[in-house]
Design a protein around this ligand. Structure first.
Ligand code: SF4
Length: 499
């Protein structure tokens, strides 16, 4: 059997961008270095796939020993079907150079049913396209296929005790949509095969397709002509693509009369003038809402697709860590407290009790992007109704330090249109740097925490230190940002809490 030209993955690359498919086949060395987080997401997908097999027990796994042996899997699939096997995992089929492997294939009577497993909580358009290719190959291989479905995680499932596999997954037939796409799929297959056969690299410019539906792994190569600093893509609210289409690549090239949304215009104006925008009155007003003692608080969470703990759903945010800096008076001494789960057990009970023991009953709780912390507190109220009053009290005391920046009461050209703490901190407090830490963003913290249980003792200790350092910097950053805002807006009125 000749080696396949297209697989399901490479077909999907080609649908996203023919150049991506070409580079994958002919210039793989241009690929971006591997992304640890992306690898972890792929790993999670594999785990979900294995669990879903339990919906159809006692199937035969046709997965070949390596990627280069799919021709063996195709032959084995044919032999197993001929032998009367009725449940196959990764059954492989090939039609005119297009290979597909079906996650789960089940025979009932004379008909076959195909199932694709996804680690998402709903069916996405790219899943239909993916299933449509599988169906195209199966039909052309003359398999009597009655239905094709997506099995995905059910986000209404709440774990209680052992995993209930039947409730964990939802199964949705996509046959109707798949049938509608058959003609398009056949055309696309012909087109992509012809492109690969020609050996000529397609001319495709960068565009929103570079990240939709998945971030392309050749972006370092294709985006090399975009300047690292002051490119039009630094403009807020997606203004960059229109400018790029109009052949502007840098902020300095944009004509003065170019139509921009208000945020992008403000950003450009400040970029050109280098001037800082400061609304003294609004900032002062904001600072008067801070009631001492101030509690600077930040949560870290993880979102396991397969619920690890009782009373949790797929991808539910599980708070596992917080950092807290407490300051009794403006410029006063700082106390630091923290909590970090053990990485093995459900951290939420201890997290909640520790949090309540540290946060008192009065004084503002300062968060950055407070909707995140508020949502987690509301979820804890549902989980621990016995603490509802005290948790609700925390929620009423939260003040969002992001507001002055989101509302542009303070804007610095070096924020580059962003109001995230990662953009604001280096400008206001250059001495504090996330980029010097081993963990530099929440996604990485979540990944490292969720893998702690697999680490040896020495590695786990180092990683726990890194988690502490990261979360601590988040709250120290808020302390220093408030100090800077106070210095910028000499502040006559200070209020104190009751206790
Ligand atoms: S970076 Fe964009 S243009 Fe380049 S191959 Fe990927 S999707 Fe295509």
């Amino acid at each position: 059997m000749e080696k396949h030209l297209l697989s399901k993955s490479t077909f999907m690359y080609g649908c996203q961008c023919p150049k991506r498919l070409f580079l994958h086949k002919h210039k793989p060395a241009l690929r971006n270095p591997a992304d640890e987080k992306q690898q972890a997401i792929l790993g999670a997908g594999t785990h979900v796939g294995e669990l879903a097999r339990k919906l159809f027990n006692y199937g035969i796994d046709v997965t070949p020993p390596d990627f280069y042996s799919y021709h063996l899997a195709v032959k084995r699939t044919q032999a197993l079907i001929a032998r009367g096997e009725t449940i196959l995992y990764e059954a492989a089929f090939q039609y005119e150079g297009v290979l597909c492997a079906i996650d789960i294939l089940v025979q009932n009577g004379t008909q076959w049913y195909a199932f694709e497993v996804k680690s998402t909580t709903r069916v996405k358009p790219q899943h239909i396209q993916d299933a449509a290719l599988q169906y195209y190959v199966l039909k052309n291989c003359s398999l009597p296929i009655s239905d094709i479905s997506i099995i995905h995680l059910n986000n209404n499932y709440v774990r209680q005790g052992a995993l209930d596999i039947k409730s964990l997954f939802s199964t949705e037939s996509v046959l109707e949509e798949v049938l509608e796409q058959q003609e398009t799929i056949a055309q696309k297959v012909t087109e992509l095969k012809a492109m690969l056969g020609s050996g000529t690299e397609p001319v495709v410019d960068i565009g929103p397709h570079c990240v939709d539906p998945y971030p392309c792994d050749f972006m370092n190569h294709c985006w090399a002509h975009i300047p690292a600093e002051n490119s039009v893509f630094e403009l807020a609210r997606g203004a960059g693509w229109k400018l790029y289409e109009d052949e502007y690549q840098t902020l300095d090239q944009i004509p003065d009369d170019y139509e921009l949304n208000a945020t992008a215009r403000m950003q450009l104006t400040h970029h050109r003038s280098g001037a800082v925008h400061l609304d003294h009155e609004a900032l002062q007003q904001f600072l008067t809402t801070l009631t001492y003692p101030l509690y600077f608080l930040d949560f870290e969470t993880m979102m396991p697709g397969i619920p690890e703990f009782d009373q949790s759903r797929p991808y539910q945010q599980i708070p596992f860590q917080f950092s807290l800096h407490v300051q009794q008076t403006p410029g006063g001494v700082l106390d630091h407290s923290e909590f970090l789960g053990d990485g093995l057990h459900d951290p939420r009970k201890e997290f909640t009790e520790t949090l309540l023991s540290y946060l008192g009953t009065s004084g503002s709780i300062v968060c950055y992007n407070m909707s995140f912390e508020k949502s987690r507190l509301n979820e804890l109220v549902e989980l621990f109704p016995e603490h509802a009053n005290r948790l609700d009290n925390l929620n009423t005391r939260i003040v969002d330090l992001m507001i002055p920046f989101r509302k542009q009461w303070y804007y610095h050209p070096d924020f580059k249109g962003s109001y995230s703490i990662k953009a604001v901190l280096p400008v206001l407090v250059p001495a504090l740097r996330f980029d010097e830490l081993d963990i530099q963003e929440g996604g990485m913290a979540s990944l490292i925490y969720s893998q702690l249980k697999y680490q040896d003792a020495v590695t786990a200790t180092i990683q726990r230190q890194a988690l502490r350092a990261y979360c601590k910097l988040d709250t120290l950053a808020m302390v220093r940002i408030v100090e800077v805002l106070r210095d910028l807006t000499p502040f006559p009125l200070q209020r104190r809490g009751k206790s």
